[in-house]
Design a protein around this ligand. Structure first.
Ligand SMILES: Nc1ncnc2c1ncn2[C@@H]1O[C@H](COP(=O)(O)OP(=O)(O)OP(=O)(O)O)[C@@H](O)[C@H]1O
Ligand SMILES: O=C(O)c1ccc[n+]([C@@H]2O[C@H](COP(=O)([O-])O)[C@@H](O)[C@H]2O)c1
Length: 189
């Protein structure tokens, strides 16, 4: 599952858990972006903080891991590179890339979009506030999964933290504490 995870929240974790159960996945690899290509206009928290919060959030689940491939790669983050790197590390694995409804909607504008579908299957999960459409995408490589609706976004968590509002129960407890300890999101939205 790729994401900017700024910060990781329970919407991400439920999506990963649901897809893992439905598709009987051995492992869900969370891949925080290095420099997200579609978020160049906005301030994004340094990758190391986002990576560490993702490690904290996933630590208790034996099937969840976190990869540094995008964080450690120079330049903008493209999923075609993510999948290439993951495949090189796990040559025998069948890859599924998990996305929410908003992300899958844009996938045809991603770099090397056609090639992506040859490298992995895609699982598009429902997300409150976003219509889930996979029209025009290859039906044999793109799956749709309805998951419990959690109307949580990283944007909302950042805005709450900045406003001094609680973020308990929107993100894992360790992430609440990490945000407070490092005084994240105090000066941005
Ligand atoms: N509440 C949610 N339910 C289902 N999928 C989600 C949810 N939140 C995020 N996702 C999906 O997780 C992936 C990573 O999302 P991302 O890290 O950009 O979080 P975000 O909450 O959308 O962040 P932001 O508000 O900063 O844009 C995307 O594919 C996104 O669609
Ligand atoms: O490869 C691309 O062109 C591309 C363009 C936009 C987003 N993505 C990926 O989609 C995932 C979610 O991205 P974001 O910006 O919504 O956090 C993340 O893994 C990104 O690397 C990938």
């Amino acid at each position: 599952m790729g994401g900017t995870f700024d910060p990781v929240h329970h919407g991400h974790l439920v999506a990963a858990s649901e897809v893992a159960a439905r598709f009987e996945l051995d492992e869900v690899v969370f891949v925080p972006t290095g420099h997200p290509t579609f978020k160049q206009e906005q301030e994004v928290t340094v990758a190391e903080h986002r990576y560490l919060m993702t490690v904290i959030a996933t630590a208790s689940n034996p099937r969840f891991t976190v990869s540094r491939v995008d964080v450690d790669r120079e330049g903008l983050t493209f999923t075609v590179d993510t999948l290439r790197d993951l495949k090189a590390q796990r040559p025998d694995a069948e890859l599924f890339f998990i996305t929410g409804a908003d992300a899958i909607e844009q996938i045809l504008t991603w770099k090397d979009a056609e090639e992506l579908f040859t490298m992995a299957q895609f699982v598009a999960v429902t997300r409150p506030g976003h219509a889930l459409s996979v029209d025009g995408l290859p039906g044999d490589r793109v799956h749709v999964l309805e998951i419990p609706a959690l109307a949580i976004s990283s944007t909302d968590v950042r805005e709450r933290a900045r406003a001094g509002q609680p973020v308990w129960y929107l993100v894992p407890d360790g992430v609440v504490q990490y945000i407070a300890k490092h005084r994240l999101y105090r000066g941005q939205s």
